[in-house]
Design a protein around this ligand. Structure first.
Ligand code: GTR
Length: 329
């Protein structure tokens, strides 16, 4: 009796084994967080990344990008990606600081000479060190994106000297270093998530905020503020990151494909960035925003010295790192 049962079951078992072997490994549906709207350079690069990954892994990885921060604000999304609830994202290193303290150095104003300098640093050995720090916190950096230089805009007046910032209520990203930065200029900073800024500008809860041209334009903040002043006080790198847990589920071959596609996405994003910044500048000018150069940036820079001193004193080893970044050519 026992034997007969085994004999009848045996063919069924082998069919099950065959079916299991014949079926492809389960496809990974990746959910990707993106703060920006359709048409933004980062959105376009992320969408191209998603399509190319699906195509080149032959559907083994199916990324989908969710725009406009519909999956949560940036600080939440960083946590969600770290714990694997989200699979990939484009994050700015500003709100990354409270979670990966090493990245706080990027929130020091006037750290980089210009955007090109930032790319040279991030694409080299120093960038790898930051990628390691992020990986320790559950985020695998695939490539680095551009986010231009951030400048102050407001409803009241053009900013030409730090005195012009006096008393202004300025929105900053979620990182206490920006509160010190605006305070050093004489203003009052309010950390707030991106999605809340537009309304706060129109209701007078805020006098201004700070961002690059593409964000100033695509967020429509330009419609609520008359002045954009080229303080260019922050140049902050962004990452294309994957949740470590999602990354580890991939075969080595697929990891290689995804990494390569991410490198291409970064090149594409940087290219689109330049075009888009110029387009956005034109849109806000045409709308009637007054744009002004800041002739004496050194006056702003000088006010940041105490912030640097405090940062270096509180974060051992960062003095050397800052020197190293500044010496990178
Ligand atoms: C943008 C950046 C976003 C977000 C936003 C903000 O320039 O790309 O990730 O940080 O600024 O001000 O919150």
């Amino acid at each position: 009796m026992k034997n007969r049962t085994l004999k009848t079951l045996a063919p069924i078992a082998s069919v099950a084994v065959l079916v299991a072997i014949a079926l492809p490994a389960q496809a990974e549906d990746w959910r990707g967080w993106n703060i920006h709207p359709d048409g933004y350079p980062n959105t376009m690069a992320l969408e191209e990344f998603a399509d190319a990954v699906a195509e080149q892994t032959e559907g083994r990885v199916n990324p989908r990008v969710y725009n406009n921060a519909v999956l949560g604000d940036q600080s939440d999304a960083i946590e969600q990606t770290r714990n694997g609830a989200l699979d990939f994202a484009n994050f700015n290193m500003g709100p990354m600081g409270p979670i990966v303290p090493e990245t706080n150095v990027f929130s020091l104003p006037f750290l980089f000479n210009d955007v090109e300098h930032m790319h040279t640093v991030m694409d080299g050995e120093i960038g790898e060190r930051f990628a390691d720090a992020l990986e320790d916190k559950g985020l695998v950096v695939l490539s680095w994106f551009d986010s231009g230089a951030r400048s102050i805009y407001n409803t009241q007046r053009p900013i030409k000297t730090p005195e012009d910032v006096e008393g202004l209520k300025i929105r900053v990203m979620n990182n206490d270093l920006y509160v010190d930065m605006i305070a050093a200029m004489g203003g009052n900073a309010t950390p707030m998530s991106y999605g809340e800024v537009y309304q706060s500008l129109t209701t007078g809860v805020l006098d201004g905020a700070e961002n690059n041209y593409p964000s100033f334009e695509s967020s429509n903040h330009y419609e609520a503020t008359g002045y954009y002043s080229l303080t260019e006080h922050l140049i902050i790198p962004e990452c294309l990151c994957v949740a470590k847990s999602s990354w580890e589920e991939l075969s080595e071959e697929d990891q290689e494909i995804v990494r390569e596609v991410a490198e291409e996405a970064s090149a594409r994003q940087r290219e689109l960035w330049v075009e888009s910044s110029e387009e956005s500048r034109q849109i806000v000018l045409d709308y009637g925003v007054e744009i002004n150069e800041v002739d004496d940036k050194a006056a702003f820079q000088a006010l940041m010295e105490p912030m640097y001193e405090e940062f270096i004193a509180n974060n051992p080893g960062t003095g050397e790192l800052i020197e190293e970044i500044r010496a990178t050519e």
